[in-house]
Design a protein around this ligand. Structure first.
Ligand SMILES: Nc1ncnc2c1ncn2[C@@H]1O[C@H](COP(=O)(O)OP(=O)(O)O)[C@@H](O)[C@H]1O
Ligand SMILES: [Mg+2]
Length: 277
């Protein structure tokens, strides 16, 4: 049965969608079957995987309002072992449509139950809010990845999210765990970075990923080409960071493929030349 991991933080622009896209791609490349569920009306994971929203027949909106089953909404992507339940702007209307239903918090969970056996990992990209849609993600998940930027206000956001997690645990989803807090756009040269890291580790000991994600321009360019960073630039810092995170999640050792240095290539060329003489 696949593990369901929601990527959540009510703050926008912290790297949730980027994490879903690139973590899923790496884990898929390691031979695991992965499903990404795009739960954000902005559809960044959908477009980041090169899926044009105009071509989408059923989306996460249809799942939540019960107009389609998850099997109908899943599309295979062009990338190894990754499928996706896309999202479109229609999702913005779901909130109102499900608000009065008794099972409004469990609608996604019920859908996921029907397909859990077909995947090793299911990642849910939550919207930047503490809405009913986000709660559907938290109720459906086994664990959470919380991307965090090292800013002072992140701490307030984190404690607010922690309260929601506790609430969900004591009601709909007692076994919800924190997979890890992930520092994104990480810059260890800044004082504030170290202050925030220390503070978070104090409050959430053993719940912080060892891997941090640096700021890397390739990570922000890749979505506009509709591909995860590892396919866009395999030697970028962004590719390496998400590979490290993927290994940490899978409990595997990260081993960097040895890169040939330019000086080594020139040396071996020289050697070949002198041998021919
Ligand atoms: N590590 C990074 N380095 C550089 N740019 C990043 C990084 N992570 C995310 N971005 C960019 O920052 C913006 C917000 O990231 P995104 O993943 O969409 O955040 P969220 O889903 O939390 O709103 C996007 O333009 C994205 O391409
Ligand atoms: Mg997003």
């Amino acid at each position: 049965m696949g593990k369901v991991i929601a990527v959540a933080n009510q703050k926008g622009g912290v790297g949730k969608s980027t994490t879903v896209i690139n973590l899923a791609a790496f884990i898929g490349s390691r031979g695991r079957k992965v499903l990404c569920i795009d739960l954000d009306a902005q559809g960044n994971v959908t477009s980041g995987y090169g899926i044009r929203k105009k071509t989408v027949q059923y989306s996460s909106y249809d799942l939540l309002i019960g107009r389609a089953g998850i099997g109908e909404a899943v599309i295979a992507t062009e990338f190894e072992n990754v499928s996706i339940v896309p999202s479109t702007s229609a999702l913005a209307g779901a909130e109102i449509e499900i608000a009065d239903l008794d099972d409004r918090l469990k609608r996604l969970k019920m859908q996921i139950l029907m397909c859990r056996d077909s995947y090793d990992y299911i990642f849910i990209d939550c919207p930047p809010s503490l809405s009913l849609v986000t709660l559907n993600g938290l109720v459906a998940a086994d664990s959470l990845i919380i991307p965090l930027q090292c800013e002072f206000f992140s701490l307030e956001g984190l404690s607010q999210l922690d309260q929601i997690i506790k609430h969900v645990r004591s009601n709909e989803n007692p076994s919800l765990t924190i997979e890890g807090i992930l520092f994104t756009m990480f810059d260890p040269r800044l004082n504030v970075t170290n202050q925030v890291v220390n503070e978070v580790k104090k409050v959430f000991p053993d719940q912080v990923f060892e891997t941090t994600i640096p700021r890397n321009v390739r990570l922000s360019e890749a979505p506009s080409y509709g591909m995860p960073v590892m396919y866009y630039d395999k030697s970028s810092k962004g590719t390496e960071a998400y590979a490290r995170l993927g290994c940490e999640l899978l409990g595997e050792k990260y081993t960097e493929k040895p890169k040939k240095k330019l000086t080594d290539i020139l040396k071996s060329k020289k050697k070949n030349k002198s041998e021919r003489k």
